[in-house]
Write a protein that binds this ligand. Structure first.
Ligand SMILES: *Cc1c(COP(=O)(O)O)cnc(C)c1O
Length: 370
């Protein structure tokens, strides 16, 4: 049996007609950049997350940048970021000329560890970025308390967490700003690049709207600095159609995760992802942990021989990335993130993953350990 790591084709086939019609409408209207399809999608997406303002942008990375840039963060400022995340979280800060300061992650949630943040705060600290990694929210109550105590901003990177919930509230409105990614493999994926930046603050919203479009509300008058971060009409159309299905797809991801947990119950060598009691996890990734990097690498090779594709998220934590060598972190500084990098293995997970495939994967993992 072959199990790919992601399967975009099966989902496309299930919505082919609907998507085709929506794309044709964009073409007929020649609304290639922003336009009705994007504004309709923004409304649907904002509603689904209880957000007042949502702006479609050109990628999640660009959303990360605007989420920080719109707060006036610049050179000399510091932003606290988890060491265990995708690099784009840090680009939001570095593109503003500010310095990323890395914090280790929590051993159960794999998200930024609130107890490790306060001794990183200096007079230059302007914000904390909470990443809801793998689809599970970070501990927002604790992070909000720390941000309030030190009068700094809390920002959310929701790139992997569409529709996920913290204590019953969907992510995206806990921070002053938040960003999402619609990279094709994300839980809500465009057919190209796409992202969003969101806020409930009217003043910041007005700035964000200008900043994604050359800093202007009105053509050729530029009130603030900005960039070309606009979403394309075709991506808005695809995402608008997908919003009609995302609730169901999210439940199917959660069902797949439950099945994994059921069939892996009798494999004591494997540490399964924990769903924290404050969270509704949306399982962008299903990351298991082994007891050593040697075993992890062998297991990955074994599964590959059996036709099962797996991934590493992420093999090098941010504090050890060559591009940040000038910040002088060393191996051992972030033990939990480093352990995940060495021992974590992402198994395939998507709405279309069948019980049969999950049984096959668990059988292969069992035979590996036997
Ligand atoms: C995917 C991702 C991004 C970047 O999104 P793009 O749309 O690929 O630019 C940012 N942060 C995290 C945590 C991500 O997983």
């Amino acid at each position: 049996m072959k199990v790919p790591f992601v399967d975009l084709k099966t989902q496309y086939n299930s919505i082919k007609e609907e998507v085709g019609a929506a794309i044709n409408e964009v073409l007929d209207n020649t609304a290639y950049i922003l336009g009705k399809s994007v504004y309709n999608f923004e409304d649907k997406f904002a509603k689904a997350h209880g957000l007042k303002h949502c702006f479609g942008v050109s990628s999640g990375t660009d959303g990360n940048h605007l989420a920080i840039w719109s707060l006036g963060i610049s050179a000399g400022d510091e932003v606290i970021i988890p060491a265990n995340t995708f690099i784009a979280t840090a680009w939001g800060t570095t593109l503003c000329g500010a310095k990323p300061v890395f914090a280790d992650c929590h051993p159960d949630s794999y998200n930024i560890d609130a107890s490790k943040i306060e001794n990183l705060i200096t007079p230059n600290t302007k914000a904390i970025v909470a990443v809801h990694l793998y689809g599970q929210p970070a501990d927002m109550d604790e992070l909000k308390k720390i941000a309030a105590r030190h009068n700094i901003h809390l920002v959310e990177d929701c790139a992997q967490a569409h529709l996920s919930e913290y204590k019953g509230t969907r992510v995206g409105s806990f921070g002053i700003t938040s960003s999402f990614s619609f990279y094709p493999g994300k839980n809500l994926g465009a057919y190209g690049e796409g992202g969003a930046v969101c806020t409930n603050d009217d003043e910041i919203a007005s700035k964000l709207k200008m900043m994604r479009e050359h800093g202007s509300h009105e053509k050729y008058t530029h009130l603030v600095y900005g960039h070309n971060y606009r979403m394309e009409g075709i991506q808005g159309a695809v995402l608008g159609v997908k919003m009609n299905h995302i609730e169901k797809w999210t439940e199917e991801r959660r069902s797949a995760a439950s099945l994994y947990k059921k069939y892996f119950k009798d494999i004591p060598e494997v540490i399964l992802p924990k769903e924290m009691d404050y969270s509704k996890h949306v399982y962008h990734l299903f990351v298991i942990r082994t007891t050593s990097s040697e075993i992890r690498n062998k297991l990955q090779a074994y599964l590959s021989e059996k036709g099962i594709a797996t991934g590493l998220h992420y093999p090098i934590p941010l504090h050890l990335q060559p591009c940040f060598s000038h910040l002088n972190y060393k191996k051992g500084d972030m033990p939990v993130s480093e352990n995940l990098a060495d021992c974590g293995l992402s198994l395939p997970i998507y709405p279309e993953l069948s019980e049969e495939q999950i049984i096959y994967i668990s059988d292969c993992v069992k035979s590996f350990y036997n």
